[in-house]
Design a protein around this ligand. Structure first.
Ligand code: CP
Length: 310
């Protein structure tokens, strides 16, 4: 297979058939993680730099484990403890890292556009691991894969994304990705947490979670991103939870076969409580497991398995 891409910055960089190829490969890589020796050789000799200027548990660890399962060498750098603390710019850091000849830089950055800039400046592959409010394409891929694994198809699926849409790169990437596959998307949030221009996204918008829940197949809860809020967007967490939190009463309103998702990390008791996270409908840990397989597939395609046509 010819893999035509150098970088992954936005889910819109990938066509529907590219995404289907990622999904097929992820399915075959899931088996590797069940082996006694969880390692295969395709990326032997490749060097991957994990450059995380924002906190991460799932994305950083799963990229690192994915790379190691494919026999690549990894090295991680975060803002804290790096020369970022001495005022070095991202671009200067990246040029210096490039002098050490990595094959791939995986970048998480607090502001939109940084991965695109690095991708344009550097000859190695750049993968966006989340840039500000903009995009988190690998999260959307693992979310879409998890929905497809559960329901068999994304076409016609009613997906409801609930919460802090304004600050959510996960919501943006999922909307762009799910639309390619014909899913019906509804965003539910207080008006203050909807971004400007959301009417142009081609999705349904509601402020009433209780009205939407009984019609949805997938309910994806989003974290309230307090660290990005410079003002108050709602009067308090208790009130937010009352109108937009997923709890036992609301889980009981869901369709019999509907599922609960959350990209993590969770604010327990705010957007979701234990009755929902621990319910049989929750596929939150399947998302994490699938994230590893999706990232193995991506690293394989970007660094080894597909010959790029430049
Ligand atoms: N879903 C997600 O991006 O989690 P982390 O911030 O822990 O990587």
């Amino acid at each position: 297979m010819i893999w035509p891409h150098k970088d992954l910055i936005s889910i819109d960089d990938l066509s529907k058939s590219d995404i289907e190829n990622v999904f097929d490969l992820a399915t075959s890589f899931k088996e590797v993680s069940t082996r006694d020796i969880k390692k295969i050789p395709p990326l032997r000799g490749k060097t991957i730099v994990l450059l995380f200027y924002e906190a991460s548990t799932r994305t950083k660890l799963s990229f690192e484990i994915a790379a190691k399962r494919l026999s690549a060498d990894t090295v991680g750098l975060s803002a804290s403890g790096s020369s970022f603390e001495k005022g070095e710019t991202l671009l200067d850091a990246a040029k210096n890292i490039m002098a050490m000849a990595p094959d791939c830089i995986i970048l998480r950055y607090p502001y939109a556009g940084a991965p695109r800039l690095l991708g344009q400046m550097l000859p190695c592959t750049v993968i966006n691991a989340g840039d500000g409010f903009h995009e988190h394409p690998t999260q959307a891929l693992l979310d879409m894969y998890s929905m497809k694994e559960h329901f068999g198809s994304l076409k016609g699926l009613n997906v409801t994304i609930v919460g802090d849409i304004m600050h959510s790169r996960v919501a943006r990437s999922n909307v762009y990705g799910l639309k390619k596959f014909g899913a019906h998307i509804t965003l539910v949030a207080p008006k203050t947490l909807l971004p400007t221009g959301v009417e142009q996204w081609g999705v349904n918008i509601s402020t009433d979670l209780d009205a939407v829940l009984p019609k949805t197949d997938v309910v994806m809860m989003l974290r309230i991103q307090k660290e990005r809020m410079k003002q108050r967007f709602f009067s308090g967490e208790r009130e937010y939870s009352c109108f937009y939190g997923l709890n036992k009463k609301r889980v009981e309103k869901m369709k019999k076969d509907a599922i609960i998702m959350h990209p993590g990390p969770i604010n327990r008791g705010v957007e979701i409580n234990a009755d929902a996270t621990e319910s049989a409908r929750s596929i939150i840990l399947d998302q994490v497991e699938n994230g590893l397989a999706i990232r193995m597939a991506l690293l394989y395609l970007f660094l080894g398995g597909g010959k790029r046509v430049d």
